[in-house]
Design a protein around this ligand. Structure first.
Ligand code: HEM
Ligand code: EMZ
Length: 385
């Protein structure tokens, strides 16, 4: 088996019954595995809510480590739209020329740096740095601030000891309190200041709400981007022809990004809390219990995708749900897509071949399902031109 292969652990259950039952900290979750059911559930916000106890829709649940609501992620319509309308234009800035140029510089500098060296541990010394440096653009914050974030490691809520680490979470929360106070005293043109000056339905956003948006921006865009970047590198290491193809046909880069997001599905699933006794796939689900929409399984659904377990770099019809579906679809997707496009183009232009030396896979365990989502570490030798 190749390092860059990501097997589908959900196939049998998806075909046979459409769901899988798992336990998460004594609060069970029914995982929905078919693309059609995932979409219906994402759309039906009245029966499947996001605005439950903060942290409960995340699997593993974060109810024990935070009580601040992430905005707009843990808010349902119609309020969801008010927040989303406010934040959305800011999250579209990655499409601007100047933003893309700065992002290109960040990525080219980093690639230049690693091709000079022999063995690079890609998760910590490439993907985490890239994610943190790129985030300075999204927040419109000085580049140097990325050094602090790099120091936090890959996940802000999880550590090697624990899948929900309160001490780690508090580092982020305290940091955000400081930053929000700073921006309140000294407004600038960063995201904190914009939010602090904003009104929702005629009412100024509170510091607590601003913190809710910022936690989500830090947490949601972190391991997802790191996994996408690391997995893409492992794919190009083992499929040098794909890199060659991107060199020859740069116009397919957009499709290649979508296909790798589908194949790797950097976020495995996301939960909702059920507001009434209901049924999914003939399976009874009780009021106030949890379901999850398994993006990773839906993205391999053979009812929708031809050759679901193959990377078809220029896949033409690709209705994947790697970035979610319906009103909560990923706000960071514009930024993430730009990162991945620029990364692929830069690799195609600057790199001849990549050797994988050593690695440890990151396997998530969800009941009967063991899912590879990325790597804890992976050492590569990246050869430049
Ligand atoms: C929502 C995946 C990168 C911020 C989502 C959702 C998915 C997802 C599946 C839907 C969650 C749901 O329905 O409950 C990904 C993947 C990424 C990525 C695969 C990288 C490849 C980012 C980045 C940011 C971000 C870089 C920001 C820095 C958000 C936000 C939401 C969200 C704010 C909530 C939107 C809402 O509730 O309206 N993401 N994400 N994501 N993501 Fe991402
Ligand atoms: C939450 C989530 C957002 C959660 C769209 O996903 O990402 C997870 O990594 C975080 O742990 O708190 O932000």
């Amino acid at each position: 088996v190749k390092t860059s292969e990501f097997p589908d652990p959900f196939e049998q259950a998806r075909i046979e019954k459409g769901y899988g039952d798992i336990d998460d900290q004594n609060d069970p979750v029914t995982m929905l595995l078919r693309l059609k059911d995932v979409r219906k559930t994402a759309h039906n916000w009245k029966t499947f809510i996001s605005g439950a106890t903060p942290g409960r829709i995340v699997v593993p649940s974060e109810v024990d480590i935070r009580d601040i609501r992430q905005i707009p992620f843990e808010v349902d319509p119609p309020e969801h739209k008010d927040y989303r309308n406010l934040i959305e234009p800011w999250f579209k800035r990655p499409l601007e020329k100047e933003y893309a140029a700065k992002l290109t510089k960040i990525i080219e500098d980093l690639v230049d740096e690693v091709v000079e060296k022999d063995d690079i541990e890609v998760v910590g010394d490439f993907a985490l740095k890239l994610q943190s440096r790129a985030l300075t653009l999204l927040l419109n914050i000085p580049f140097e601030e990325s050094e602090t974030w790099i120091g936090w490691g890959v996940h802000v809520f999880r550590s090697e000891e624990s899948s929900t680490d309160a001490d780690k979470a508090n580092i982020l929360f305290d940091y955000l309190d400081e930053q929000i106070d700073r921006a309140a005293e000294n407004p600038s043109d960063d995201l904190y200041s914009l939010l602090l000056a904003s009104e929702v339905n005629g009412v100024k956003m509170t510091k607590e709400e601003v913190k809710g948006v910022m936690i989500l921006t830090f947490a949601g865009g972190r391991d997802t981007v790191i996994n996408a970047v690391t997995n893409s590198l492992s794919y190009f290491a083992e499929n040098p022809k794909a890199l060659e193809r991107l060199r020859q046909e740069p116009e397919i880069v957009g499709r290649a990004v979508e296909e790798l997001v589908r194949y790797f599905s950097p976020l495995t699933h996301m939960g909702r809390v059920v507001t009434e006794d209901t049924k999914v796939c003939e399976h009874a689900i009780k009021n106030d219990s949890r379901v999850s929409m398994c993006w990773a399984s839906a993205n391999r659904d053979s009812a929708v995708f031809e050759k679901p377990n193959e990377v078809v770099l220029d896949r033409k019809i690709n209705p994947h749900v790697g970035f979610g579906f319906s009103h909560h679809n990923c706000l960071g997707a514009t930024h993430a897509r730009q990162i991945l496009k620029i990364l692929m183009t830069t690799l195609a232009n600057k790199v001849t071949s990549i050797d994988i030396k050593d690695y440890k896979e990151n396997i998530e365990e969800w009941g009967e399902f063991n899912r590879k989502v990325g790597f804890d570490n992976i050492t590569m030798n990246i050869h430049g031109k």
